[in-house]
Design a protein around this ligand. Structure first.
Ligand code: MN
Ligand code: MN
Length: 269
């Protein structure tokens, strides 16, 4: 296996869904994704020929423990501790609000961050239903705090006028679903963070999400875009899998597949 000078990818479950605006359930995802990742129905090899079953390929730090009111501070501290230990955090959400405290910790170590964001939604609301930390807002918080040099959004298909203005204000590079493919956009100089909202997938492929938005990416579209990424991937998250909404666990398998290919990219460089 090719080793990279970057730290070992390390899973961290973040069972938090309190800032989900419509449905709870994403907090139950981390255990289900792990189960699917280790399921004997498949093997441990990624499509880019990385064996995730090899000794030391990746680690698992378990689930983060926190009280709901202190969640964001705990997430930032938990992710920060992994980075300080020389590991690359791969967080399993949870709703998408968690990406703000995660990126706070990542940006502390890696200024000049490029974020590749897969989602049906831009999540750029100034505030949503009175909550500035809602899962509809993380990228407004990240950009106004200057935590990323570039934000590239892929698969967007719900953008409204307010969020179009927000995207313009923050210089966000939005690739709408109707304009795919976006391979050329996924090249970065410097550190890269991948944030993957499961609802970027068409609900036919991934019904287990809180906000089903038709007209999305196929699993193959997603894998092709992940494989096209060029840059030093310093961290990632897979969020918004909602087991309560799933059908026979099919979305857990898709989440695990996405996770596998992200881990493979991180390891193979
Ligand atoms: Mn999202
Ligand atoms: Mn979304």
């Amino acid at each position: 296996m090719t080793m990279t000078r970057l730290g070992r990818p390390t899973l961290l479950g973040i069972p938090f869904d309190a800032y989900s605006s419509y449905l709870r359930g994403a907090g139950e995802a981390p255990g289900k994704i792990r189960e699917a990742l280790r399921c004997d129905a498949s093997n441990s090899w990624t499509e880019l020929r990385v064996d995730l079953g090899a000794a030391g390929a990746f680690e698992d730090a378990g689930d983060l423990k926190f009280a709901e009111k202190d969640a964001f501070a705990a997430i930032e501290a938990g992710v920060g501790a992994l980075i300080e230990a020389g590991k690359r955090p791969v967080s399993l959400g949870g709703d998408h609000s968690i990406t703000y405290p995660i990126v706070k910790a990542v940006a502390k170590q890696y200024p000049e961050l490029t974020i590749f964001h897969f989602d049906a939604h831009p999540d750029l609301y100034e505030e949503f239903e009175g909550n500035r930390l809602s899962h509809a807002c993380p990228f407004a918080r990240i950009m106004e705090a200057g935590l990323a040099k570039r934000l590239v959004q892929v698969g967007i298909r719900t953008i409204n006028q307010h969020q179009r203005e927000q995207a313009q204000r923050f210089g966000v590079e939005v690739v709408e679903m109707r304009s795919l493919a976006a391979y050329a956009k996924l090249k970065a100089a410097g550190p890269v963070y991948i944030t993957f909202d499961m609802d970027v997938l068409d609900p036919a492929f991934a019904p287990g999400v809180s906000h089903r938005e038709p007209g999305g990416m196929s699993v193959r579209d997603v894998i092709a875009h992940l494989h096209a990424i060029e840059g030093e991937i310093v961290g990632a998250d897979v969020v918004e899998y909602n087991p309560v909404q799933d059908v026979a666990g099919v979305t857990a398998i898709v989440a695990a597949k996405v996770l596998k290919e992200i881990l493979g990219k991180m390891i193979a460089g």
